[in-house]
Design a protein around this ligand. Structure first.
Ligand code: BES
Ligand code: ZN
Ligand code: ZN
Length: 507
C-alpha cells in the first residue's frame, strides 16, 4: 500500500473512496466537509440527520456519490469532541479509514489530512499519525490462514492519497508520512514476532532474527550456552536448563553514522522467554494459552532495530536480550535451587514461574557493564501489573526522575499508555529477603507483585539511570481494536523510537 500526497480539490478526486470528517455535534459545516457537501448538493447533512450520524469518534457515514463527484463513495468519519481531539484521534482515524476502505473493496482512497484544518494540528505531525494509523489498522497476521490471506490480498487497498490544497505544505506532509510509515514498520515487525507460534519462534529463531538485522550501522553479537557458562550468567542459564532448546544471548549494537566522541549511549533490555510454561511451578492451562507473548520485550527491541538505521538517531544504542524457554523437565530448575547471577549475587528460586527477572538480572548486568547513560527494559513480567493497571497500561518504574519523565513523555507522544508505580524501598526487606541466598526471586505474598519484580531488577542496575516497563498487559490485545487485531501489539517500539529521536545528541 502506498500513501502519497496529492495536491487537488477533493471534489475532483477520482478515487474509490473519499474520506472526510466532522466533529461531534457540528451543525454548520466548514472546511473540506462543507466543500464536499456543497458539491454533493447538501447530501451529507441530509444523510447525517437521517442516519443519526453525530460525529462521535468511531462513527462512519458511508454512501455512494452517484456521480455527483468523481469519487465513487464518500465516508464521513466522526472526530469526536473537539476538546478531546489529539494526534491519538488521528492515529485511530487512520485505522478506521483503512478498515472501512477494505470492507467496501476500495482500491484507491482519497482522504483529507485529518486534524490539520480546524483540528489545529501541525501538518507533519498529523500526517505522521495518519500514516501510522493507516498501516497499523491494515495489519493482520494471516500466515497460517491461506484462504483468508488470499482474500485479504485481493482486497488490499493499493493507494491512499492525502489530499491537500496548499503546495507549500506538501513537503511537511510527505515527511510526516515517512515517519509514520517507519514507526508502523517497526511495530508490525514486532507484532509478527509475537504472533508467531512458540514452536516457530524458539530462542535460536529469535537470535537469527537479530542476526539478520546486521548491516547499516548495526552489528550483532550472539552468545551460546557454552560462552554464557564461561561468562557466568547462572541466573539466565538456570531458567534455560529445563528446555531442550539451546539459549542465546543476543547483543545488537547500533552506531550512528557520524561518530562523535561524546554521543550518548543507551541500552535497551528485553525479556525474551519464547514460551513460559511456568517451569515446575507450572501454570494452569488458561494462563499458559498466550505465553508465546513472553518474548514481547525482545520483539520490541527487534522492531526498534529494524527501523533504527532509518530513524538514525545520533546515539549509540545497545539492544540486549537473553532468549530461552521456561520448561518443566527432568533437568528443570527446582524451587529451592540457588542460582549464581553474573553480578555475583545468589538467588533462591522460590517460584520457577518468576523466571523473567532471573534472565533479566544477567541481561541487565551486561547492560550496566557497557556504562550506558540510560537503560530501559521492557518485560512481560507480572500478572500483578495487569491486576493493578489493566490490559492496556504498562507499569513504569525507575531510579532516575529525569529518565522517568522522558519515557513518560515519549510514551504519551507515541500513543502508548504507561503509569508509574513506586519502587517502595521499605518493601525490599519483605519482598526480596531470603534466608539462604542474597535474594529470593518471588515474594511470599501476592501484594505489590509488579513492584516486587521492579525492586528485584533494581538490585542489578546499581546507580545506572534505569527505567523498567512491565508490559505484561499491553504487549497482547485480548480483543480487537481499530489499531490492532487480537494478538501481539508491538507495544514499546513507538515509545522507544520517540525517545531516541527526542534525545539530545549530547548527554
Ligand atoms: N510471563 C509471566 C507474566 C505474565 C502474565 C505476562 C500474564 C503476561 C500475561 C511471568 O513470568 C510470571 O509468570 N510471573 C508470575 C510471577 C509470580 C510467580 C511471582 C506472575 O505474575 O504470576
Ligand atoms: Zn513466568
Ligand atoms: Zn514469563
Amino acid at each position: 500500500m502506498k500513501i502519497e500526497v496529492s495536491l487537488a480539490d477533493i471534489t475532483k478526486a477520482k478515487v474509490d473512496l473519499l474520506v472526510i470528517n466532522e466533529f461531534e455535534g457540528v451543525r454548520e459545516p466548514s472546511g473540506a466537509t462543507a466543500t464536499a457537501n456543497k458539491a454533493l448538493g447538501g447530501l451529507i447533512y441530509d444523510l447525517a440527520a437521517a442516519e443519526h450520524f453525530e460525529g462521535k469518534e468511531g462513527q462512519v457515514l458511508l454512501f455512494h456519490a452517484h456521480g455527483k463527484i468523481p469519487a465513487a463513495r464518500v465516508a464521513v468519519l466522526g472526530l469526536g469532541k473537539r476538546d478531546e481531539f489529539s494526534l491519538d484521534t488521528v492515529r485511530r482515524l487512520g485505522a478506521v479509514l483503512i478498515r472501512k476502505a477494505r470492507d467496501v473493496g476500495a482500491k484507491s482512497v482519497g482522504t483529507i489530512l485529518h486534524g490539520a484544518g480546524v483540528g489545529g494540528l501541525e501538518p507533519t505531525e498529523a500526517a505522521r499519525s495518519l500514516a501510522e494509523g493507516i498501516h497499523l489498522g491494515a495489519y493482520r497476521f494471516l500466515r497460517y490462514r491461506g484462504e483468508e490471506a488470499k482474500k485479504a490480498a485481493e482486497r488490499e487497498v493499493k493507494e491512499v492519497k492525502i489530499i491537500i490544497r496548499e503546495k507549500g505544505k506538501a513537503a511537511a506532509v510527505r515527511a510526516g508520512i515517512a515517519q509514520g510509515e517507519l514507526i508502523a514498520e517497526g511495530v508490525t515487525f514486532a507484532r509478527d514476532l509475537v504472533n508467531e507460534p512458540a514452536a516457530k519462534m524458539k530462542p535460536g529463531d529469535l537470535a537469527e532474527v537479530g542476526r539478520e538485522l546486521r548491516g547499516n550501522g548495526i552489528s550483532v553479537e550472539l552468545f551460546d550456552e557454552e560462552q554464557l557458562r564461561q561468562m557466568g550468567t547462572g541466573a539466565f542459564l538456570g531458567v534455560a536448563q529445563g528446555s531442550d532448546e539451546p539459549p542465546f544471548l543476543v547483543h545488537l549494537i547500533y552506531q550512528p553514522k557520524h561518530l562523535t566522541k561524546k554521543r550518548p549511549k543507551v541500552a535497551i533490555v528485553g525479556k525474551a522467554i519464547t514460551f513460559d510454561t511456568g517451569g515446575l511451578s507450572l501454570k494452569p492451562a488458561e494462563a499458559m494459552e498466550t505465553m508465546k507473548l513472553d518474548m514481547a520485550g525482545a520483539a520490541a527491541i527487534l522492531g526498534l532495530f529494524k527501523i533504527l538505521p532509518r530513524l538514525a538517531p545520533a546515539i549509540e544504542v545497545h539492544g540486549i536480550f537473553a532468549a530461552c524457554e521456561n520448561m518443566p523437565s527432568g533437568k528443570a530448575l527446582r524451587p529451592g535451587d540457588i542460582l549464581h547471577s553474573l553480578a555475583g549475587k545468589t538467588i533462591e528460586v522460590t517460584n520457577t514461574d518468576a523466571e523473567g527477572r532471573l534472565t533479566l538480572a544477567d541481561a541487565l548486568t551486561l547492560a550496566v557493564r557497557l556504562k550506558p547513560d540510560a537503560i530501559v527494559d521492557l518485560a512481560t513480567l507480572t500478572g500483578a501489573c495487569m491486576v493493578a493497571l489493566g490490559q492496556e497500561v504498562a507499569g513504569l518504574m525507575g531510579n532516575n526522575e529525569r529518565l522517568v519523565a522522558a519515557i513518560k513523555e515519549s510514551a504519551k507522544r507515541a500513543g502508548e499508555k504507561v503509569w508509574e508505580l513506586p519502587l517502595v524501598k521499605e518493601y525490599k526487606e519483605e519482598y526480596l529477603k531470603s534466608e539462604v541466598a542474597d535474594l529470593r526471586n518471588a515474594p511470599k505474598s501476592r501484594y505489590g507483585g509488579a513492584i516486587a519484580a521492579g525492586l528485584f531488577l533494581a538490585e542489578f542496575v546499581g546507580d545506572t539511570s534505569w527505567v523498567h516497563l512491565d508490559i505484561a498487559g499491553p504487549a497482547w490485545a485480548e480483543r480487537e481494536t481499530p489499531l490492532c487485531p487480537k494478538g501481539g501489539t508491538g507495544f514499546g517500539v513507538a515509545t522507544l523510537a520517540e525517545w531516541l529521536t527526542s534525545l539530545p545528541s549530547r548527554p
